[in-house]
Design a protein around this ligand. Structure first.
Ligand code: NAD
Length: 287
């Protein structure tokens, strides 16, 4: 398959990441089929995409005509069967290995043998998702960053069996989508979360041990390291449950105690202090 052969991109899951991926693919000229579980979720995804495109028109980044053309390229469906015609399918459902394995098996049975299957997973093994299909060479990780239309980076994760042909093709596709790809071999946390999450976890230990206040820990990283956001503020933004889940993937994936999740992170999650989304994490937020 060559880049010109890719005309239709399927996206499974229209949540935070899925609707961003649909937006970027359609804006880059691809026909897109978005599949999610029901009409209500699909309508919500289209509303979000339309609002984000409207904002771009307002900022004069795109024209009204470009917005309308982009929207016209998107079809939504609650029927998996509609993904049959896609040359590339990108899975962006929530982070659960068993559910993703099930989706990859279904996609493998449904799609043309040449279709490339990609996952937007933040931390789960691409090699394992590939291993439950009969096309492991055509399975790859496409780890977009949130918010997808704004963020430049994409991590492209090679499973143990991903072929050079597919890797190079998806690299070309990523560039066409306006992203800067980096090549990553399939190890827990890839690059981004392997480096980011232990830093956030260490900030939790620093707080738990009473070394400094949450505010001061964040101030050191902002003013001392020029980070745009302190690690505890960033953790609240990502969601403390998500941070904990990724630390557990690193801890079990490497069988290495250096990745053990901080007990304070556990305690915050058990209390339901998940960050911005619940109004309280390391900091308190107005609803
Ligand atoms: P989300 O919860 O916002 O959206 C998940 C969507 O998947 C929902 O709309 C849900 O209805 C749909 N879904 C669930 N099961 C389905 C099924 N069987 N068939 C079709 N649709 C189904 O999740 P999200 O934050 O968009 O995360 C999606 C993926 O992207 C995860 O693997 C996550 O790790 C990864 N990711 C997330 C971020 C982030 O910042 N949120 C960043 C990078 C990668």
């Amino acid at each position: 398959m060559r880049l010109e052969d890719i005309k239709i991109i399927g996206v499974v899951g229209g949540g935070t990441m899925g609707n961003g991926i649909v937006h970027v693919c359609a804006q880059s000229g691809y026909e897109v089929i978005l599949v999610d579980t029901n009409r209500e979720i699909l309508d919500r995804a289209m509303k979000t995409i339309t609002a984000n495109l409207d904002r771009m028109v307002k900022k004069e980044k795109i024209t009204e005509q470009k917005k309308n053309e982009t929207l016209a390229r998107i079809k939504t469906s609650a029927d998996f069967g509609d993904l049959k015609s896609a040359q590339v399918v990108i899975e962006a459902i929530y982070e659960n290995l068993d559910v993703k394995v099930d989706i990859f098996k279904r996609l493998d049975n449904l799609c043309h043998p040449d279709t490339i299957l990609a996952s937007n997973t933040s931390s789960l093994p691409i090699t394992q998702l590939a291993g439950c299909t009969k096309r492991a060479d055509r399975v790859i990780g496409m780890h977009f960053m949130n918010p997808v239309p704004m963020m430049q980076l994409i991590e492209l994760i090679r499973g143990i069996a991903t072929s050079d042909e597919i890797f190079n093709l998806i690299r070309e596709l990523s560039i066409k989508l306006g992203k800067t790809p980096v090549e990553v071999n399939d190890y827990p946390g890839f690059i981004a979360n392997r480096i980011l999450m232990p830093m956030i976890n260490e900030a939790c230990f620093t707080l738990m041990e009473g070394v400094a206040s949450a505010q001061d820990i964040d101030t050191v990283m902002k003013l001392g390291m020029n980070h745009p956001m302190g690690p505890l503020t960033l953790a609240d933004f990502i969601g403390l449950d998500v941070c904990l889940a990724i630390m557990q993937v690193l801890y079990t994936g490497f069988s290495d105690s250096k990745y053990r999740p901080c007990p304070l992170l556990w305690k915050m999650v058990q209390a339901g202090y998940l960050g911005r989304k619940t109004g309280r994490g390391f900091f308190v937020y107005e609803k």
